[in-house]
Design a protein around this ligand. Sequence first.
Ligand SMILES: Cc1cc2nc3c(=O)[nH]c(=O)nc-3n(C[C@H](O)[C@H](O)[C@H](O)COP(=O)(O)OP(=O)(O)OC[C@H]3O[C@@H](n4cnc5c(N)ncnc54)[C@H](O)[C@@H]3O)c2cc1C
Length: 379
Amino acid sequence: MRILIVGAGVAGMTLAALLRRQGLDPTMVEKAPNLDHAGYMLGLWPLGYRVLHGLSLYDRFAAESIPGNHYEVRSDDGSLVHNWSMEPISRKFGPNLSCTRPQLVRLLREELGDLDLRYGTGVSSIEQGNSDVLVEFTDGSSGEFDLVVGADGIHSQVRALVFGEAPTYDTGWGGWVWWASLETLPKETFMEHWGAGRFVGAYPTHDGAGIFAGGPRGDGLEDPGPGRRDRIRAHFAGMGERVDAWLEALPDDDKSLFYWKLLDIRSEEWTKGRVVLLGDAAAAFLPTAGIGASMAMESAAVLADELSRTDQTTLPHALSLYVKRRRDRVERIQDDSRHLARAMFVKSGTLAHIRDLITKHYSLEQLAKSIAKAFDEPI
Ligand SMILES: Cc1cc2nc3c(=O)[nH]c(=O)nc-3n(C[C@H](O)[C@H](O)[C@H](O)COP(=O)(O)OP(=O)(O)OC[C@H]3O[C@@H](n4cnc5c(N)ncnc54)[C@H](O)[C@@H]3O)c2cc1C
């Protein structure tokens, strides 16, 4: 089967590695010039990294990542709201493992050997015939394929070309991502400060603590350039000593800094003929449950499974089965991430205070209901 995977991110790489195991030889194109872009932190739930066992990559992944054994939430002024042990989940299903996106993507890349992966290349047109798909690439070349997989992330070009605009869920918030010393975090702890009109989270990786600091867009917090560091420091002042230490590590104004709009998308269709969407391209996630990458990997495993049971002639049917197996589960968990966002991204001080009082009495399972349920469901 001639398969084109557009996007060498978490979903595309996982799918490519699984297809190679099946003896298939997909072509991949990646818009970025290398795999080091998007160097942010990622926490993977067992839902997602279970796939790495089948690729014999799990032990190396575990060695390169840090288990999140505690999840600690603090309030606007830095006082403790709740510290949950992740042990009940870890013991039964496996720990949440924290790494960087490039670490995971590079690990998967090593599994791909001499696979045809073209960097700096996107798609400019996609045309479906009766039994194949003609694709023109941004480098001027073209190719015919039996299947095109759009694994090109939240701003998917494949989705735009074949499926049209997808509805967006926008929290109206956004935030900056940077790195601080690992020493600024308690050992093996994911720490979040749920404030009023501000949120700061820190997540451990072997490359340091990944910091995410967010607030409502439109207040000037998102403005790049001169004054950026002072503006961010002023917005997050008074949240406690740890936040102060993270703010100390903010890069200078002229250095590049990743700004992330806190919105997601949900494509109304995942497949049309011989084109299918995978990962964030089909349903992107807010960061609140730290589960977008896990869902992308799980979806890649199901798509690979369906592709192992078909050939060119019945391919569209196999794609429809993939959607049936994935869509409800992914959208339910996406809903959970949206519910969490409503609790985490609160502007009013009064609402934040009430939220903190309620959160003190919550179990981890209550906090993210469908995610906890998803651990125990077959896919
Ligand atoms: C700051 C941040 C923190 C996050 N934290 C977590 C977390 O803790 N846990 C978690 O599970 N998830 C997290 N996520 C979400 C997670 O990164 C995504 O859900 C996951 O990467 C989705 O995988 P994907 O392959 O679908 O998309 P991506 O990993 O984004 O990969 C898409 C790839 O397609 C490429 N591409 C884009 N357009 C084109 C084109 N036209 N042609 C060719 N290539 C193209 C991109 O360059 C990219 O390499 C986080 C996201 C961000 C931004």
